[in-house]
Design a protein around this ligand. Structure first.
Ligand SMILES: [Zn+2]
Ligand SMILES: [Zn+2]
Length: 475
């Protein structure tokens, strides 16, 4: 294979011109990194203050929509912006144009306020590729430490059930966090159930002055009993998951057609939901029409049908592909009737749009509006009527953005030049194992990280990268 390089005429003038060009590239890059730091500050502030919460599911989704980043890059910006909020040294180095965004992005994956200073040394010393390698090895040590900690916790799980002398049964135990959360949730649900039962019986029970209201501990004990009872009653197998979590809503037909109408909209267990919520649930659901007479007696039960038949749903998914809300595109979707079927809206492609759960709620319950334009495009509007364009207009940019950037940095007192971001690495071989051993607080010995095979340890550092304090002199 032949490689053609441009013919270089190495006159001194030519070399000097190329040097200047290279310097200009380096200087402008450092300016852009400094501006990126400012951008990340703005993103962090916008994120913290919920500025994206105008129909978008998160700050990254808003950023992707408003600025035109792909969603992965937008998520990364938000992650780095948040991380820099607690990492002032890395934030300042980026703001001075000394560290590139690529390096900061890598370092923020592992840096904590405790390790930030050492990692800043890594960033200053190495090239972006070397920083990336060190961060990868660092994460491996972190992951091993985390895995050890998880294994230790898992091994310490226990539940001791013991009968006391008076016949009472004592419990003492330690559960893993997620199992504990499950138990706490189940106890809360059982307490709620017992409370409702007690309320129902309140009217019929005679006032018993000796029975004071049970304490929380007593309620918990009752709740646990109910859990055990229920588990045995269900033979520990509640059936198919679809059935288990099915929510049944009973809605009066006039309520679906017009939320202002009086009528019922209740869950099977008696809880009420708003008429807007029942309209959302009915938008794309299995439905059974039951007819009652005036006294509430059931007259007729229709066949169970899907509001959106499977064939139409396939066509809808093919056309819309994901949630249609600007900037969303989530693939887990529900069919939404632009004009609700209960109001006579047809179940046809032109009256349907896919929305994710978040945006389906936004449209039904939060006042967002969708209209289909004469050209077939969807127009979304905020509750205040302002449109949410699918692609926002680009921000105005000064005629000479480079000049604007330079002068702004000058006003800020930043001194950025062609060598601001130059790594101090002098070309030595990078020994990642050695670097991690020296830098990582948990990597005290080689056995901590079995997958990082330790070769014979170098007699002296073969690289100048892992510098927390003064740099080793490699003479
Ligand atoms: Zn809907
Ligand atoms: Zn969505």
């Amino acid at each position: 294979m032949e490689i053609h390089l441009p013919t270089v005429v190495a006159t001194p003038d030519h070399v000097a011109a190329l040097d200047r060009l290279g310097d200009e590239i380096a200087e402008l890059s450092a300016h852009i990194e400094a501006a990126t730091a400012r951008l990340l500050d703005l993103i962090r502030d916008f994120d913290a203050r919920g500025g994206w919460n105008t129909g978008f599911s998160c700050c990254a989704a808003w950023l992707a929509w408003r600025v035109g980043l792909d969603l992965g890059a937008a998520r990364e910006r938000v992650r780095v912006a948040r991380a820099l909020g607690t990492l002032p040294l890395l934030a300042q180095a980026l703001a001075r144009g000394e560290l590139s965004y690529a390096k900061v992005r890598a370092l923020t994956r592992v840096a904590t306020p405790e390790t930030e200073a050492r990692l800043l040394g890594v960033g200053r010393g190495g090239t972006a590729a070397q920083v990336e390698r060190i961060v990868r090895a660092w994460r491996q040590v972190d992951r091993h430490a985390e895995a050890r900690e998880t294994a230790r916790r898992h091994a310490s799980r226990a539940l001791h059930v013991r009968q006391d002398e008076d016949g009472m049964v004592s419990l003492r135990g330690r559960l893993e966090p997620e199992v504990g959360a499950l138990l706490i949730q189940a106890l809360a649900a059982a307490r709620e159930m017992l409370y409702q039962r007690a309320r129902r019986e309140e009217g019929t029970a005679l006032a018993d002055s000796s029975a004071a209201a049970p304490s929380l501990a007593q309620q918990q004990a009752d709740a646990l009993a109910l859990l055990a009872e229920t588990a045995l009653h269900q033979e520990l197998d509640p059936g198919a998951p679809g059935e288990r979590y099915q929510v049944v809503v009973h809605v009066d037909a006039p309520v679906l057609a017009d939320p202002e109408q009086p009528g019922q909209s209740v869950l099977e267990d008696g809880g009420r939901v708003s008429s807007e919520t029942s309209r959302r649930l009915a938008c794309d659901a299995r439905r059974v029409v039951m007819q009652h007479d005036e006294d509430g007696r059931l007259l007729e039960v229709g066949a169970r049908t899907r509001t959106i038949p499977p064939a139409l749903r396939r066509a809808l998914c093919h056309r819309d592909r994901g949630c249609r809300f600007p900037g969303c595109g989530s693939r887990i979707t529900q069919g939404h009737h632009l004009r609700h079927w209960a109001q006579g809206g047809p179940t046809t492609l032109s009256n349907l749009a896919l929305l994710c759960r978040r945006h389906h709620r936004a449209v039904h319950e939060e006042g967002y509006q969708i209209e289909r334009q004469p050209d077939g495009e969807l127009q979304f509007r905020r509750p205040d009527g302002r449109p949410v364009p699918a692609v926002p207009l680009a921000a105005a940019v000064p005629a000479d953005p480079v000049h604007a950037l330079r002068s702004r940095h000058e006003v800020q007192g930043l001194r950025i030049h062609a060598r601001t971001a130059r790594p101090s690495w002098l070309g030595e071989r990078l020994d990642v194992v050695w670097a991690i051993d020296v830098l990582h607080p948990l990597a005290a010995g080689p056995r901590h990280c079995p997958s990082l095979e330790r070769r014979s340890p170098p007699a002296r550092p073969s690289t100048a990268i892992p510098v927390a304090g003064p740099r080793p002199v490699s003479e």
